[in-house]
Design a protein around this ligand. Structure first.
Ligand SMILES: NC(=O)c1ccc[n+]([C@@H]2O[C@H](COP(=O)([O-])OP(=O)(O)OC[C@H]3O[C@@H](n4cnc5c(N)ncnc54)[C@H](O)[C@@H]3O)[C@@H](O)[C@H]2O)c1
Ligand SMILES: [Fe+2]
Length: 387
């Protein structure tokens, strides 16, 4: 029996204070590090939640001056980052705290980058070698996840879209890693079931894709397998009858997914990203729906790895087909849509989606090559599949 009401410290890949009550350490941490003028970056929904107000109050009571920036889109865009950076400068801030889901933490990280790096934001795009321009330090940066999904709290990248095209760009540098993470599962207790399911399936996708990604990275593989095990055993409870145990396991496993996916992601994220660009679909939801189809595509050629996934999921049959069936079952047990039609995709979107997926940056790490025709076929199958 694990006591999640105890705060533990992990120093990998940065300092992680994990457990119920970790958030209470934030004000003292700021004081101890002389950070008396933080900018908190969050989203407009989280800003209204009770726990957020409590966090702000707990800091203010220590004579620390707090400014909050929450002007961010559901799929954050460059102008959000510019505005946040302006607020940081105008209000003379000395540190940045990202509190929220992946969207808020990514914007917080991109603002942190922006403060001492003044080229066009997308000059820092990793895919065009932009990390070489990240030469200066960033302000003291803290992350506080309130969803269990992206693992952005331990990430070194920020996914920000272009304002006009909505194309996702990835800003990356090892310098963008948070100095410390306060991962407190109690902050996720009021996360609604549909968001818990969508973000949780994103975390499962990270762990599965990282494990399957090509390349030799046994450390990432070990973390990913344990992440799959934890999520598989807790996601349905976290959605349907949440308690501290299930929410805690989801929180640490989502963070593990992000540690593992430095090995790479794959076909599922490439299927998912165009849905966010074209239809503004939530990142986790897009992954959840596409996960079984992408995994079905990957089974042949990776039979041995699927056997290991099936084993860690404790499935009766240790095959890729059993894993795929189980993923459909998971979605159904959490009332998630199981085809693309149910999330607003129509036949006329499929060609554009296939173009965008083929151009996406994730699938080069997929265990086997994926062609544009493969993407078109997967989208076609996923459009109106029924079980
Ligand atoms: N940096 C990375 O490595 C990385 C990886 C994957 C995805 N992403 C990005 O992360 C974003 C998605 O993040 P996400 O899945 O966490 O979703 P999100 O940040 O969009 O949050 C989902 C919803 O839940 C709400 N919410 C957050 N915490 C809550 C709480 N405790 N209680 C109630 N409501 C709460 C938010 O306001 C929002 O409406 C996308 O922009 C995606 O591109 C980043
Ligand atoms: Fe993801």
């Amino acid at each position: 029996m694990i006591d999640f009401n105890m705060v533990r410290q992990y120093n990998f890949p940065t300092i992680i204070r994990f457990g119920v009550g970790a958030i209470k350490e934030l004000p003292e941490h700021l004081k101890a590090n002389g950070l008396l003028h933080p900018l908190i970056v969050t989203d407009p929904v989280v800003r209204q939640l009770g726990f957020f107000k409590e966090i702000v109050d707990s800091i203010s009571i220590k004579s620390i001056s707090v400014e909050v920036f929450s002007g961010i889109h559901k799929n954050p865009v460059k102008s959000d980052v510019i505005k946040g950076g302006e607020m940081f400068q105008a209000a003379k801030r000395d540190s940045i705290i990202g509190i929220g889901g992946g969207a808020a933490m990514d914007v917080a990280r991109a603002i942190a980058l922006r403060i001492n790096h003044h080229r066009d934001l997308f000059d820092y795009d990793d895919l065009i070698g932009g990390d070489k321009y990240v030469t200066k330090e960033i302000p003291y940066f803290i992350t506080i996840p309130t969803t269990s999904g992206t693992g952005s709290e331990v990430g070194r990248s920020a996914i920000i879209s272009e304002d006009d095209t909505h194309r996702k760009r990835i800003l990356f540098s090892p310098k963008l890693l948070a100095k410390i993470v306060f991962a407190d599962p109690s902050l996720t207790m009021d996360l609604p079931p549909s968001v818990t399911a969508a973000t949780g399936m994103d975390a499962l996708t990270h762990n599965m894709e990282a494990f399957l990604a090509k390349g030799f990275h046994p450390m990432a593989d070990g973390i990913a397998l344990e992440g799959i095990h934890l999520i598989n055993g807790s996601i349905v409870d976290a959605v349907n009858k949440p308690d501290i145990e299930s929410r805690s396991k989801m929180m640490i496993a989502s963070l593990m997914g992000a540690v593992a996916f430095q090995k790479g992601l794959g076909v599922v994220h490439s299927l998912a990203h165009p849905l966010s660009s074209l239809l503004d679909t939530h990142h986790g939801l897009a992954n959840a729906v596409n996960l079984p189809y992408g995994m079905q595509f990957n089974v042949s050629g990776s039979e041995d790895k699927f056997r290991r996934i099936a084993r860690t999921m404790e499935l009766k049959e240790e095959t890729g087909e059993a894993v795929v069936k189980h993923l459909f079952d998971l979605n159904q047990r959490m009332d998630m849509p199981i085809n693309l039609h149910n999330i607003g995709v129509r036949e006329e979107h499929l060609e554009t989606l296939a173009d965008l997926a083929f151009a996406d940056f994730c699938h080069p790490n997929n265990p086997k090559p994926v062609s544009r025709a493969d993407f078109r076929k997967m989208y076609g199958e996923a459009l109106s599949f029924s079980v």
